[in-house]
Design a protein. Structure first.
Length: 510
């Protein structure tokens, strides 16, 4: 088998990421050597590969679905928004500068097409199949000229296109038809058909509409995937605790201890890697919510300040909303607070930032003895250490360089030398994303939090975050295997779009 497929969507958040992962997991279970690919990703939710390259977490999750290590080639262009008008451009895993939306779409994007196609060709030369994910909608006619992630790459690489639509939003038939009808004849030739996502109810009631859609477009629907809770793992953006639904469905037993543990996550602007708290939500009895008001911290047993692409902006937001003072009071009362990456920097004494916000000297909350200087070079590593007597792994993505002048060691090496972060009382800070995915460390940390909060909460001894992720990926593979026309999908991936697909007017505007 040698082939590929582009999974496009009628809209953003139609389910492209999870469908791509599901197809990948279905294929690998058939013995196919498969890899994911997304030419251009816009996300603050990123990951570091073993070679020190930054890519979207969605592609890292899809690589896990393929049971392979993620690489920079799987997501050659990553855009990390820094506000409404500009983004940091990460090329082949390394930041290469900041660009406005106009500057990027006005010329820079098209120049990256060669790099994108080279990466795709490299993957197609290595794997039996490459399942590509598009971005937004392929019918964004204002961006088609410079497109390198939807029909632009499909045309250049001759990839068949499967369009996913979220029927839970309504209007899916109009969205399918309109998507095809707004494409040029050359683009339409590659749009093989449709996949309905998040359907609730009796499929037989949908079938007349699917038949009419086929009559109107000449294209088949390759499957109707039912609505399932808890499948939004490692999405591009949003405020969703992605494993929470799965855990609530699979853990029917009550919490191990007598109490639940309430975790409040500050919903700071430009939040990055919000998936850091997924591992907390995976614990039976842990109740995780995002908050933006100081009164919502009152009953929290643990407050988390997550990472952010705008540390200074997030610090101002915390002050404007009264959250900063509430966090200071918590720390003074020895009530648990955890800062991750930008959260660590916010908890420190001061920040010197001539890179991200260009605001120069800014006072932090002054809770941890940490002074941060923003460097132009970004730290991108996959460190390993020890904390609370347990092995801990993580990944670092930050410009801020921390100078720690006191407090207790948080994460150390095998010889007890400090590697990262610090602790003062019940306030903790670390630059490491993903550390809570280390099961032993997470349990030890939550035991300390519960003791400090006076909660009779006990972490479950058998919760494996890695196993829960595998379970979710298998559920995605099951959805494809059980509810998609896999024989037709196989032919599509192997042989390309069917010949003679009709043109649907009016086509792309001239």
């Amino acid at each position: 088998m040698s082939g590929g497929l582009l999974v496009a969507g009628t809209t953003s958040d139609a389910g492209k990421s999870v469908v791509t992962a599901g197809i990948c997991r279905w294929l690998v279970r058939q013995g196919v050597k498969v890899a994911p690919f997304k030419a251009q990703n816009m996300s603050l939710n990123s990951f570091v590969t073993r070679e020190g390259a930054e890519i979207g977490r969605a592609q890292a999750m899809q690589a896990q679905a393929c049971r392979i290590e993620p690489t920079a080639s799987m997501n050659p262009v990553l855009l990390k928004p820094g506000g409404e008008q500009s983004s940091q451009v990460v090329l082949l895993g390394k930041p290469v500068g900041e660009l406005s939306a106009r500057g990027y779409h006005g010329g820079r994007q098209q120049k990256l097409l060669g790099t994108v196609l080279d990466c795709l060709a490299e993957l197609r030369g290595t794997y039996d199949a490459v399942i590509c994910e598009g971005a937004g909608s392929p019918a964004e006619i204002n961006l088609r000229r410079t497109d390198i992630v939807n029909m632009g790459i499909a045309r250049n690489a001759r990839l068949p296109v499967l369009v996913v639509g979220d029927i839970d939003r309504g209007g899916v038939f109009a969205s399918f038809f309109g998507t095809v009808a707004l494409l040029s004849p050359e683009d339409q030739e590659l749009v093989a058909g449709f996949l309905v996502n998040k359907f609730r109810g009796d499929v037989s009631l949908l079938e007349p509409g699917l038949d009419m859609l086929h009559g109107l477009t000449g294209r088949h629907t390759y499957g109707v995937l039912p609505f399932r809770h808890g499948l939004g793992i490692d999405e591009e953006d949003g405020l969703r605790v992605s494993l929470r639904g799965t855990v609530r469905e699979s853990n029917t037993a009550p919490p191990v201890g007598e109490d639940v543990l309430r975790v409040a996550v500050c919903a700071v602007p430009l939040m990055s890697n919000f998936t850091d708290v997924d591992a907390l939500a995976a614990e039976p009895g842990a109740v995780v919510r995002f908050v933006d008001r100081p009164e919502e911290l009152a009953d929290a047993d643990l407050v988390v300040i997550p990472g952010t692409r705008g540390t200074v902006r997030a610090l101002e937001w915390l002050r404007e909303r009264g959250l900063a003072e509430a966090i200071r009071r918590r720390a003074a009362e020895h009530r648990p607070v955890l800062g991750i990456c930008g959260g660590l920097q916010i908890l420190g004494e001061h920040i010197e930032d001539d890179v991200e916000s260009r605001r120069g000297h800014v006072d932090g909350l002054g809770i941890l003895p940490v002074r941060v200087r923003f460097a132009r070079e970004k730290t991108l590593t996959r460190p390993v250490g020890e904390a609370l007597g347990e092995r801990v792994e993580g990944y670092e993505i930050h410009h801020g360089v921390a100078e720690i002048s006191g407090g207790d060691t948080f994460i150390s090496d095998d010889h007890g030398h400090s590697l990262d972060g610090c602790r003062v009382g019940q306030t903790w800070g670390t630059h490491w994303h993903g550390s809570l995915e280390s099961d032993g460390f997470r349990r030890a940390f939550l035991r300390e939090v519960a003791a400090a909060a006076g909660r009779r909460f006990v972490p479950a001894a058998d919760t494996s975050f890695a196993a829960l992720r595998e379970e979710q990926l298998d559920r995605l593979g099951d959805l494809i295997e059980q509810h998609a026309d896999t024989d037709a999908l196989w032919r599509l991936i192997e042989s390309g779009a069917p010949q003679g697909l009709p043109f649907i007017p009016p086509g792309a505007p001239a």
